[in-house]
Design a protein around this ligand. Structure first.
Ligand SMILES: Nc1ncnc2c1ncn2[C@@H]1O[C@H](COP(=O)(O)OP(=O)(O)OP(=O)(O)O)[C@@H](O)[C@H]1O
Ligand SMILES: O=c1[nH]c(=O)c2[nH+]cn([C@@H]3O[C@H](COP(=O)(O)O)[C@@H](O)[C@H]3O)c2[nH]1
Ligand SMILES: NC(=O)CC[C@H](N)C(=O)O
Ligand SMILES: [Mg+2]
Length: 529
């Protein structure tokens, strides 16, 4: 008998990991991002993490910045046993002040706040942290400062305002910097993080999606076991499609995907999703046509929040009904539920929000878990969106699917302002189709983060073929964004907008006017409802 392959139950057992301890800086997650970009695996945990309860031994630790002052009562402090792990440590801003506070308490409020660029002067050219760096711009964001060197440390870099811009204790491999290497304004920030991770911590630079895939599939197999079956809701969006494809690779047709056509999808979407997932990727897909149910429940509802609730509840209802009809071959019950949770969701739930606030619990799709008592599988929970896209490409998902603009679960339901009726949905859908087709034709689809058409519940006068028209208004929205938290409107050339407007009023019955939304987020949100 052959020994079963031993499967690591956690990514940190396969990839050497740098631990980022978060003190609540708005940039903390960027430290993780930058390390991943240089193929070093990193995970973030709150600064209050007890080292004895850590599931893995990191190869290095980074202490992030944070809004507090180390000398304040109630300020967060790191578990001092990080210093007993004998791994390199890098403190950034608050992180450096924390190291100084622990090693001599020389931290106090500076005369003036320093926010913005400074020029780095590397005074110790031998310091491995600053290898290849000098005279470049770094980004500062602080008010507190070191008043003296922590014991055992020396100065390795300065700026005109910060005599302790970089400090080190090379025998213990502990480093501190006052500026933020994780933001792109720090020109050689990535170089510094690479110096720390690769040269000082000896990180192997093996974090690639090629290396991730195999292990992820093995981990799913080990979790689900040889006979159990799993279900998952898929939308045709990139996250759920990539997660579904991994499940398919891991457990074949013991994975059942459910796609709910809520009648609020884009034109031909249900057909396309079926074609891509079922025919294209061999995923066991159940398509549920529930359009009537959604539209019936939406009758008379105009309040945006109420609409979202109605759509959400109907979705859970339909999903549960269909899930209960799926019976595994061995007569048992379905045991697992797939969810496409990504690392930003995880980070949001573990970020350090301050001593007085409780840490937010993980939010997830539709409350399915509470109701369904299924065990959760989240194969993408360590990944950022661009990593998921790369994974999708490697798994052979079509480009069209991998680079699809995000589409909200409530779909056209929140893009028809006012009451959602089949007729209104049809108008919004046709206009959206023309807009997106023209964007594709112009080769702009990948430059734009998200684009769609909205139907406004106002009427406006027009004239067409000598006849008076009194019809509705379509608003077009196209945005550029990195993270969808902030966004700016996309600048089309006038000829493009003319073409789209003319096609929509000519081809879509019920529209007399087209406008283009030129509001940034904030203050406007991406969706109109
Ligand atoms: N019409 C649908 N049918 C089945 N599941 C759905 C549907 N719409 C949304 N979902 C579920 O809700 C989850 C969250 O949707 P969300 O839009 O955030 O992610 P996505 O659709 O997978 O990816 P993307 O962010 O690229 O749209 C999906 O992953 C999927 O599990
Ligand atoms: O799955 C989703 N369910 C929703 O209820 C939902 N509401 C907004 N969005 C998408 O989130 C991003 C930011 O949108 P807002 O600026 O409108 O909040 C944009 O990409 C929106 O399309 C949703 N996605
Ligand atoms: N960005 C930071 O980490 C700031 C740390 C500390 N609150 C200061 O003002 O210096
Ligand atoms: Mg989606």
């Amino acid at each position: 008998m052959t020994e079963p392959t031993k499967v690591a139950d956690d990514v940190t057992k396969v990839f050497d990991t740098i631990l980022v301890l978060d003190f609540g800086s708005q940039y903390s997650h960027l430290i993780v991002r930058r390390l991943r970009e240089i193929k070093v695996y990193a995970e973030m945990l709150p600064c209050t993490q007890k080292i004895s309860e850590l599931k893995f031994k990191p190869i290095g630790i980074i202490l992030s910045g944070g809004p507090y002052s180390v000398y304040e009562e109630g300020a967060p402090h790191v578990d001092p046993s990080i210093f007993d792990l004998n791994v390199p440590i890098l403190g950034i801003c608050y992180g450096m002040q924390e190291i100084a506070w622990i090693n001599g308490k020389g931290v106090s409020r500076g005369d003036k706040r320093e926010y913005g660029p400074a020029i780095l002067n590397v005074t110790d050219k031998e310091c491995p942290l600053f290898k290849g760096m000098d005279n470049s711009r770094v980004w500062m964001s602080h008010h507190d400062k070191l008043t003296e060197l922590p014991s055992g440390f020396k100065t390795v870099a300065t700026t005109s305002n910060s005599p302790y811009a970089g400090v080190s204790d090379e025998t213990k491999q502990i480093y501190g910097i006052q500026f933020h290497p994780e933001v792109t304004h720090t020109v050689q920030g990535k170089q510094l993080l690479q110096n720390f991770a690769v040269d000082i911590c000896k990180a192997p630079q093996n974090w690639t999606m090629e290396n991730f895939i195999e292990n992820a599939i093995e981990r799913i197999r080990a979790t689900v076991g040889p006979t159990a079956e799993a279900i998952g809701a898929v939308s045709g969006g990139v996250d759920s499609s990539v997660a579904a494809k991994l499940m398919r690779e891991a457990i074949g047709d013991r994975f059942h995907a459910i796609f709910v056509d809520n009648g609020l999808m884009r034109k031909d979407e249900a057909i396309q999703v079926k074609k891509a997932l079922d025919d294209g990727l061999g995923i066991n897909l159940v398509v549920v046509d529930a359009g009537d149910e959604f539209l019936t429940n939406l009758k008379g509802v105009t309040d945006p929040e109420k609409k979202r609730k109605v759509i959400g509840h109907t979705f859970i209802h339909v999903f549960e009904r269909v899930a209960n009809q799926i019976k595994p071959k061995d007569g048992s019950d379905v045991g697992f539920l797939l969810q496409g949770t990504l690392y930003p969701d995880v980070i949001e739930s573990i970020s350090f929000k301050g001593p007085s606030q409780t840490i937010k619990s993980h939010h997830n799709v539709g409350g399915l878990i509470d109701n369904m008592q299924l065990k959760l599988i989240e194969p993408l929970r360590e990944l950022f969106k661009d990593e998921v896209r790369h994974l999708g490409e490697l798994l052979g998902l079509p480009e069209e699917l991998v680079w699809r603009h995000p589409f909200p679960g409530p779909g056209i339901g929140i893009r028809v302002l006012g009451e959602v009726t089949p007729k209104q949905v049809q108008i919004a859908r046709e206009a959206d189709y023309i807009f997106i087709s023209e964007i594709r034709k112009a080769g702009l689809y990948r430059q734009i983060s998200q684009a769609f058409a909205c139907l406004l519940p106002v009427k406006s006068v027009g004239v067409m073929g000598d006849q008076r028209m009194y019809e509705q208004v379509i608003a077009l929205r196209a945005i550029e964004t990195v993270d969808f938290m902030t966004a700016d409107w996309f600048v089309f050339d006038a000829a493009f907008l003319k073409r789209v407007a003319s096609r929509i009023v000519n081809e879509v019955t019920g529209v007399s006017r087209v406008t283009y939304d030129i509001t940034s987020k904030p203050p406007a949100t991406v969706e109109w409802e």
